[in-house]
Design a protein around this ligand. Structure first.
Ligand code: ATP
Length: 265
């Protein structure tokens, strides 16, 4: 599906939808955490999801790769379309989905292995054995995650020896190594210092040239700095979704305005 987007110079361009939520609901047991969510996330965009604690941001992003199903009491209804196909369909292969949709978590979570092995792990799982090819993938992925220069002489050292910010960029490299289409990021900088945060933010902006990114953030300045579109969630509902510049300068809903001006949350 394509959406016509008005660009700054009034030129209209077509942008493809990567993910679309259609009347999407989610319950943890009897408690409804997401209520009738409808919106489209666009290709080569950074889509930010903001909202106060407990509003359902993490639940929503974890639904996009079906990780949320690891919680046994979860029930869902409606549709989550990835490139037009409903990933909630019982016939949809979750393994295939996860090769297309990578995820970066709040706390950097490298494996207790070497820097090299962290990045080579995914491609190996997918059957790549050729050492030269693996070397290439590792180098390209580390370059893509803007960490190659810092680690190229210590690829065989344990990833735990890296700083938190470097570990997070390594986790992004690990995600790139499986050549995803979409990268989901659940508060990827909340455990990082300001300089590492800035590096990851710059990296995310570079990555949108080649990937589509959905990012959950507590940090409204971050959403305003880096995202193209912003979705504001409150108590499990999508209150407003628009161009980030509009959301932060001229929101339609009073609740969005109250949240972004710091009146609650
Ligand atoms: N595993 C779970 N079992 C039961 N309820 C859950 C579970 N995970 C989340 N919830 C509930 O679902 C609602 C949404 O939680 P979620 O973690 O998605 O919010 P969030 O906006 O990401 O919050 P935060 O910003 O604090 O991380 C909350 O009421 C929460 O208590």
């Amino acid at each position: 599906m394509a959406i016509v987007v008005e660009e700054k110079n009034n030129k209209k361009s077509q942008q493809n939808t990567v993910f679309a939520a259609r009347n999407f609901n989610l319950w943890y047991g009897a408690d409804q955490a997401l209520k009738n969510i409808n919106f489209d996330m666009l290709e080569n965009n950074i889509t930010a999801i903001i909202g106060p604690s407990g509003c359902g941001k993490s639940t929503f992003i974890k639904s996009l790769n079906r990780m949320v199903e690891l919680v046994p009491i979860v029930k869902m209804s409606g549709e989550l379309l990835y490139r037009g196909k409903n990933i909630l369909d019982s016939k949809y292969g979750v393994e295939e989905l996860r090769t297309k949709v990578g995820m970066v978590f709040q706390k950097p979570n490298p494996f207790p292995k070497s820097i090299y092995e962290n990045v080579a792990y995914g491609p190996r799982i997918h059957g790549i054995r050729d050492k030269k090819l693996l070397d290439e993938i590792v180098e390209t992925s580390l370059k893509g995650a803007a960490i190659w220069e810092e680690v190229k002489d210590r690829l065989n050292e344990n990833a735990y020896g890296l700083s938190g910010g470097q570990q997070q960029r390594l986790c992004i490299a690990r995600c790139l190594a499986i050549e995803p289409d979409v990268i989901l990021m659940d508060e990827p900088t909340s455990a990082l210092d300001p300089i590492s945060t800035l590096k990851v933010e710059e990296l995310v902006q570079e990555l949108k040239e080649n990937y589509s990114i959905v990012i959950v953030t507590h940090n409204m300045q971050q959403a305003a700095r880096i995202s193209d579109k912003t979705a504001f969630f409150l108590s499990g509902e999508l209150i407003e979704y628009d161009e980030t510049s509009v959301m932060f300068s001229n929101p339609t809903d009073k609740r969005t305005e109250d949240y972004i001006t710091g009146r609650f949350g």
